[in-house]
Write a protein that binds this ligand. Structure first.
Ligand SMILES: Nc1nc2c(ncn2[C@@H]2O[C@H](COP(=O)(O)OP(=O)(O)OP(=O)(O)O)[C@@H](O)[C@H]2O)c(=O)[nH]1
Ligand SMILES: [Mg+2]
Length: 198
C-alpha cells in the first residue's frame, strides 16, 4: 500500500471525546514535553514547513490536533507537558484531555513518545512512558534534535535514554532531526507497521 504524504491536512482540533473524528482510521499520537519537537516531527514526516504549527515559545499546541494523511491514517498532535508557566488548573485540564484520549481511543495504534536526544529523559518523560506501557500501548520513542549532538555520541545517548525509561525491547527507538531529516524513513516504517499499512 502506498500513502501520498502530500495529501495531508488538518481535520479538526478537539478538547473532548465528542469532538474526535467518528470514522475508524488508524491514529498515531505524538506525545512529549513542550518544545521537544512534536509539531516539527509531524512537519518533517509530511515534508511540510508549517502544517503543524511550531514555535520556539513552549505551549503552542493546546488542543488535540488531528491530521488526515491521504484518507488512510491520522496523526494526532498532543499538547506538550512539563511547561512550567502553565497554571495548576490548566495542567489538570491537560491531564484529563490526554488521559481520556490515550486510554479510550479505539483508533489509536501507537504513540510516538518524543524525548530530547541531548538529555536524560525528565521525570515527566518517564511518567509518560510508564503510563503508555501500563495501558499496553505500543510506543515509538523518537529522540529529537539529533543534529545538536555529534554522531559519535548517539549510541551513548541512546543507552542513557533507554535505561532511564526502562525501555521495553518490543518498542522502537529512532534518533530524529527535523533539520537534517535524519530518521524520517525509519519513523515512517515504524508508523506504517503500527498502523498495519505497510
Ligand atoms: N535543531 C533542532 N531544532 C528543532 C528540532 N525539532 C524542533 N526544533 C525546534 O524546537 C522548537 C520547538 O519545536 P516544536 O515542534 O514547536 O515543539 P512542540 O513539541 O510541538 O512544542 P509544543 O507545541 O509547545 O508542545 C522550535 O524552535 C523548533 O524549530 C530538531 O530536530 N532540531
Ligand atoms: Mg506543537
Amino acid at each position: 500500500m502506498t500513502i501520498n504524504i502530500h495529501n495531508a491536512e488538518i481535520v479538526l482540533s478537539a478538547v473532548s471525546q465528542a469532538q474526535y473524528p467518528a470514522d475508524a482510521l488508524p491514529e498515531i499520537a505524538m506525545a512529549g514535553r513542550s518544545n521537544v519537537g512534536k509539531s516539527s516531527f509531524i512537519n518533517g514526516l509530511l515534508n511540510r514547513k508549517n502544517l503543524a504549527r511550531t514555535s520556539s515559545k513552549p505551549g503552542k499546541t493546546q488542543q488535540l490536533n488531528f491530521y488526515n494523511i491521504d484518507d488512510q491514517l491520522r496523526f494526532v498532535d498532543v499538547p506538550g507537558y512539563g511547561y512550567a508557566k502553565v497554571s495548576k488548573t490548566e495542567r489538570a485540564k491537560w491531564g484529563k484531555m490526554i488521559e481520556e484520549y490515550l486510554t479510550s481511543r479505539e483508533n489509536l495504534r501507537a504513540v510516538v513518545s518524543l524525548v530530547d536526544m541531548r538529555h536524560e529523559p525528565t521525570a515527566d518523560d518517564v511518567q509518560m512512558y510508564e503510563f503508555l506501557k501500563y495501558y499496553d500501548l505500543p510506543v515509538i520513542v523518537v529522540a529529537t534534535k539529533s543534529d545538536k549532538i555529534p554522531r559519535g555520541k548517539w549510541n551513548k545517548q541512546e543507552s542513557v535514554i533507554k535505561k532511564r525509561l526502562k525501555f521495553d525491547s518490543s518498542d522502537t527507538f529512532i534518533p530524529f532531526s527535523a533539520i537534517t531529516k535524519d530518521g524520517v524513513e525509519k519513523a515512517w516504517e515504524a508508523i506504517l507497521t503500527a498502523a498495519d499499512l505497510s
